[in-house]
Design a protein around this ligand. Sequence first.
Ligand code: FCB
Length: 471
Amino acid sequence: MPDEVRSTSDVEEEVAHRFPPGFVWGAATAAFQIEGSTTVDGRSDSIWDEFCRRPGAVKAGDTGDPATDHYRQYERDVALMAELGLGAYRFSIAWPRVRPDGGAVNQRGLDFYERLVDRLLENNIAPWATFYHWDLPQALEERGGWTNRDTAYRYADYVDAVLRRLGDRVPVYTTFNEPWCSAFLGYASGIHAPGRTEPRAAVAAVHHLLLAHGLGMAAVRELALKADAGVTLNLFPVAAADPDSPADREVARLVDGMQNRIFLDPVLCGQYPPDMVEHLAPYGLVELIKEGDLDLISAPLDLLGVNYYRGHLVAAGEPRTGPTDWIGVDNVDFLSSGMPLTDSGWEVQPPGLVDVLVRLHEEYPPVALHITENGAAYRDVIDADGTINDLDRIAFLDAHLRAAHTAIEHGVDLRGYFYWSLLDNFEWAEGYAKRFGIVHVDYTTQLRTPKRSARWYSKVIADNGLPRAAG
Ligand code: FCB
């Protein structure tokens, strides 16, 4: 039926699950994953440039250059966002562009982010800037990286430089993306940069990342009075495989403690969880905490960003040796719950999103929530006519948005959703093989092609609601 003869009620009937007015619809990226141009305009190496040079660290020997060439093609990318109707764009700023080697301010680095922010604003897309999405200047890693308390103060200097240039033009800042990954993947299992496998170093990184978060919040309050500020955490529901087994419950408690509560409790409640203080005492946690740190770390947030991909189903298994993310726990097994897998091998678990959001709502002090990342990698196929009919990604999006809606019905103060990612990009140790974008990138020509999911998401944004039937 042509659009002009459909009545409003026909259209109404096609839209189920309307979101609250003003709900923020966006997409997310991160500097190192899309920008490329890693050696221009004064940028220095980050820990990821260095990590990519390590044989075997990143699949297929992939590196951060040219990535999606966004540094040079940002105008085209903003035009795409406008075409899709995004209300907000979450991106990160590269510290090694703004203060190369962690040192003096480099105005040419800031120029890029100013151009990007202005272009977004011209297109009525709210810029959501993250100060840190894992690209520490390599020179600072050589001075101890996040194991060194001084790195938190260097971070504050970097944030200061960004705020003095971009100030209130950016309405929302987040201090960190997923500090769990920086601390545990970076310093415990070593599968991310800087690739260290030292449990004590990971614990020090946790505290110094949190301290830096507190210093970053204070800087935003001082220099960007109109901006909102918060932090993004990657949260997982953690369930014991056998809830009646004390051993399974014990590993579930420890995994939940190190995955979720070790960040949530200091930030939202001003203290480390007592069981984590005890568990991590042999790794030096208590000695790291100086007077006033927890006051800084727990300064009130305007928003908490939640990145959700899947949950953990855990059981107590046989003890193992070798590097692990789970410090002091050598016997945790991660089980399948039987749900289908994405191309990353991650289970598709939409109900877990409801669990995470409802838990925050019920167990923590009130704070506005935004889903700052959620998405899936699939093996996209380009059809003969050039289209990419990624129905699996549409089903993923649809199911998770329904879950988000369910959480709102439970009373959760959820105010926005950002799909990860706008573009296919450099998926860290997995390289370019895992495609998360709603926009396909041909890495040879840098051609962007919106996938069918992009069109689907665009309609959801326009309707501020989900279609009755997926796809
Ligand atoms: C998150 C990261 C993001 C991306 C997605 C798939 O942990 O924040 O950069 O890699 O996973």
